[in-house]
Design a protein around this ligand. Structure first.
Ligand code: F6P
Length: 544
């Protein structure tokens, strides 16, 4: 599209007009007027069923949104990404997380003329050998003891994806090994994780693309000290620490045996890295076969995204629906509500994936965009959310589109728990879409001033994503679905989805403030008056 202002395109203008009529649409009427709405506005791919009929759209809206995808050249952009072009222009890098889960033997994916797939397979094999050794007990600690505790030290993309997937795939994990994820530089996180652990039985997996991230390096150093307090032998580090990084020099400097380093590449973005060696802790927990099944799921969604026409393409449809609410109906946020306790960390992973990717206000030409970009992503597992924030979704003044994610079968078919969970899952989207009118409330015998409080306006949009069971394949497909949805939106909004310059200023200021906070003597502070005063207050409190 040559970065023509998005808002000047005929497709955008058409959607603006469409929004003014659809703003007041009624889902009751949309369903009543169209008997095949539910059976048409849905699709199935890669083990996932998507019902998007409970959205504030009609066929015309969908048609116009699909035309927007066409004019914004979503598919050609995806081809450039999958083909290894340096689409992350501000970092001059290719974006090839899809190569990490390429399962076909007869293809090659080149960066600068070199096929990256042999190296991808080599690292996967190395991870497989290592995880087999740890899981079987062949890999022992410095004093010959079996590894019983694994602590992943990393933050952001080096934590959230694997932590989410570890939680999600717990039924597939080896239960006699305790796995924890430590990310926060707050010493409490590491201290609580180490509590009661025997260093002789503990393995640390230090994960950092750069191996310079303050939080991760601080936690790794403290973990090293904790180990050496007991072991009193530097050689023990090699048996109790392994590293996942792109930075070989820094890993060696830390004292980790390069033989126990698992590499990945600059073309893997942190928040898209869970299929790389960044997933080592996950593989240690669930084993290489289940990890491979998860990669199969990711790959299946990658193929679907590349091969399905726009109107049958799940990531494209979810991306477009998100744009509809974000850009035309004024929604600020998007809720992700999994009805599965195992997906407790899913929204947290999506927060980084989506908000670090599309939380940008300049376009690819560095010009401030005149349209809204990435939404605020949030969510909690159902049914907990129902007893907390759903009130606002049902009766608040804000439009909150939401994805409801559920599974037909539970890993724990205990009594009627799962029946009740699913009944709630279904009831919520029905209630949100169709609400309860004044006359329905009155027919129930409610009268007088109480009536308006019991009315539900409905027309609250949801997508329902349903799968048979939360398996490794399904988790892979589901995660890739959101990765590609974010991609679709980034292309349409014309932002660079694969850099994250917005995290830098805070990091730089923290480095400046750190010595000022800890200086023995009075130091001259050069911040604004608020920050100066807060620094002085903290210094005074810590001295007293
Ligand atoms: O917060 C910024 C960020 O660079 C993320 O994009 C990344 O996932 C995280 O920090 C961790 O970085 P690293 O893996 O280099 O430690």
């Amino acid at each position: 599209m040559n970065n023509k202002p998005l808002t000047d395109t005929p497709e955008w203008r058409q959607l603006v007009r469409q929004a003014s009529s659809m703003k007041h649409a009624s889902m009751r009427e949309l369903f009543a007027a169209d008997a095949s709405r539910a059976s048409d506005l849905c699709l199935e791919a890669c083990g996932l069923f998507l019902d998007y009929s409970k959205n504030l759209v009609d066929r015309q809206t969908m048609h116009q949104l699909l035309a927007l995808a066409q004019t914004c050249e979503v598919h050609p952009a995806a081809e450039r990404m999958f083909g290894g072009e340096r689409i992350n222009q501000t970092e001059n890098r290719a974006v090839l997380h899809t190569a990490l889960r390429e399962r076909r033997e007869d293809v090659s994916i080149c960066v600068d003329g070199e096929d990256v797939l042999p190296a991808v397979r080599e690292v996967l094999d190395q991870m497989g050998r290592f995880s087999d050794a740890v899981r079987s007990g062949d890999w022992v600690g410095h004093t010959g003891k079996r590894i019983r505790n694994i602590i992943n030290i990393g933050i952001g993309g080096s934590d959230l994806g694997p932590a989410m997937a570890y939680e999600a795939l717990k039924p597939y994990s080896q239960r006699d090994v305790q796995v924890q994820f430590v990310s926060n530089v707050d010493g409490t996180h590491l201290a609580e994780a180490l509590l009661g652990l025997n260093p002789e039985e503990t393995l640390f997996v230090v994960v950092s693309k750069t191996f310079t991230t303050q939080e991760t390096m601080t936690n790794a150093q403290s973990a090293r000290e904790w180990l050496l307090d007991t072991m009193e032998d530097e050689a023990s580090v090699a048996r109790h620490f392994v590293a996942v990084s792109t930075n070989k020099e820094a890993v060696s400097a830390f004292g980790i045996d390069p033989a126990n380093m698992f590499v990945f590449w600059d073309w893997v973005g942190g928040r898209y890295s869970m299929c790389s060696a960044v997933g080592l802790t996950l593989m240690l927990a669930i084993g290489k076969e289940n990890f491979g099944r998860m990669l199969d799921g990711f790959h299946a969604m990658d193929r679907h995204f590349m091969e399905a026409p726009y109107d049958q393409n799940m990531p494209v449809l979810l991306g477009l629906l998100g744009i509809w609410y974000n850009n035309f109906l004024g929604a600020q946020t998007h809720a992700v509500l999994p009805y599965d306790q195992y997906l407790a960390r899913f929204a947290a992973h999506l927060q980084q994936m989506d908000m670090e990717s599309n939380g940008k206000y300049v376009n690819e030409d560095g010009i401030t965009v005149r349209w809204q970009t990435g939404p605020i992503i949030w969510g909690e597992p159902g049914t907990n959310g129902q007893h907390a924030f759903y009130q606002l979704i049902h009766q608040g003044t804000k439009l909150i589109p939401a994805d409801f994610i559920g599974f037909c079968k539970s890993h724990h078919p205990m009594g009627d728990h799962h029946d009740k969970l699913l009944a709630n899952f279904l009831a919520q989207t029905e209630a949100l879409a169709f609400g309860k009118t004044r006359s329905e409330v009155e027919r129930e015998g409610v009268q007088g001033p109480l009536v308006p409080h019991k009315v539900f306006m409905g027309n609250r949009p949801t997508n329902t994503i349903l799968a048979d069971q939360l398996t490794p394949e399904v988790l892979g497909s589901l995660t890739a679905l959101y990765e590609h949805k974010v991609f679709v939106q980034g292309v349409i909004w014309q932002v660079f989805s694969f850099d994250q310059w917005g995290v830098e200023l805070g990091k730089a200021l923290a480095s400046k403030i750190l010595p000022e906070l800890v200086a023995e003597d009075e130091v001259e502070l050069s911040h604004d008056s608020s920050t100066n005063a807060l620094i002085r207050r903290i210094r005074a409190a810590r001295r007293s």
